[in-house]
Design a protein. Structure first.
Length: 105
């Protein structure tokens, strides 16, 4: 009798684990869509950073003295910090290592 109970428990455990494994898999179609969204978002962020750096470069080229140069750097740092804070609030993450991976549906 004990062997039957152990066998039934083991079988139910195997079925439960395999059900969770099947539930967590993504179809290739879903993966492709998520990849394209991630790629688009990454390209957008790269364009924003490139534009910000180009603005700083223009500012540095126009600088007439050290104070102007320091102003360019301060403005760029403030801009980047603002973008970082905005992304942190949008993502809900608290910084490096604390981000929660996105949920797959």
């Amino acid at each position: 009798m004990k062997r039957v109970v152990v066998a039934v428990l083991a079988l139910s455990l195997v079925v439960a684990v395999s059900a969770f494994a099947v539930e967590d898999t993504q179809s290739p179609k879903d993966t492709g869509l998520n990849f394209e969204q991630m790629k688009t978002n990454h390209m957008k962020k790269l364009d924003e950073r490139t534009n910000s750096l180009q603005q700083e470069k223009t500012c540095v080229q126009a600088a007439k003295n050290q104070d102007d140069l320091m102003g360019c750097r301060s403005k760029h740092k403030a801009d980047m910090k603002g973008r970082h804070d905005e992304m942190r609030m949008r993502d809900g993450s608290g910084g490096p290592g604390s981000a929660v991976p996105p949920q797959v549906k």
